[in-house]
Design a protein around this ligand. Structure first.
Ligand code: CMP
Length: 139
């Protein structure tokens, strides 16, 4: 079924001027960018977004990185968008990412891994709601 997922182009992508290059991979895979905004995430927003990782040893580093520069938050739409985008992103660790995936093509490390994508349709809904109003998504 057609569904939506939430995506972030992370600070390592904006810093290297790769937002168009990453979007080209997304669109080539058949996903439509139906909402998109470039923002500077506040510490509070990042801590809320990554709340489930609060107890992880890398939490501080993760929040630091995600607030280190602009990010592009996106809503992607398409057939099985959640699973499709996870496939297009590749493994969290770029060293393990498959050929042609965004992380294989562009990511620098497990922390600075260029993109985020929701891991379930349920989380996608909550993540989209944290950054988008209904009127800012046009399918
Ligand atoms: P993301 O999909 O945005 O969700 C959690 C993030 O934590 C993940 O991408 C990685 O960028 C980051 N992460 C996971 N493992 C590590 C790690 N060992 N060190 C630093 N960051 C990590």
């Amino acid at each position: 079924a057609t569904e939506r997922t939430f995506s972030i182009l992370k600070p390592d992508a904006t810093r290297r001027n790769l937002t168009g290059a990453v979007n080209a991979v997304i669109e080539k895979a058949g996903l439509r960018i139906v909402g998109q905004r470039r923002i500077q995430m506040s510490r509070q927003q990042a801590e809320k977004f990554y709340e489930i990782h609060k107890e992880r040893p890398f939490f501080g580093e993760l929040v630091e990185f995600m607030t280190s520069g602009p990010v592009v938050v996106q809503v992607l739409e398409g057939e099985n968008a959640v699973a499709k985008y996870r496939e297009v992103m590749g493994a969290t660790n770029p060293a393990q990412a498959a050929e042609g995936t965004i992380r294989k093509l562009f990511a620098e490390s497990v922390g600075e891994n260029t993109v985020h994508g929701s891991d379930s349709a349920e989380n996608a809904k909550a993540e989209i709601a944290q950054f988008f109003q209904d009127g800012d998504i046009v399918g």
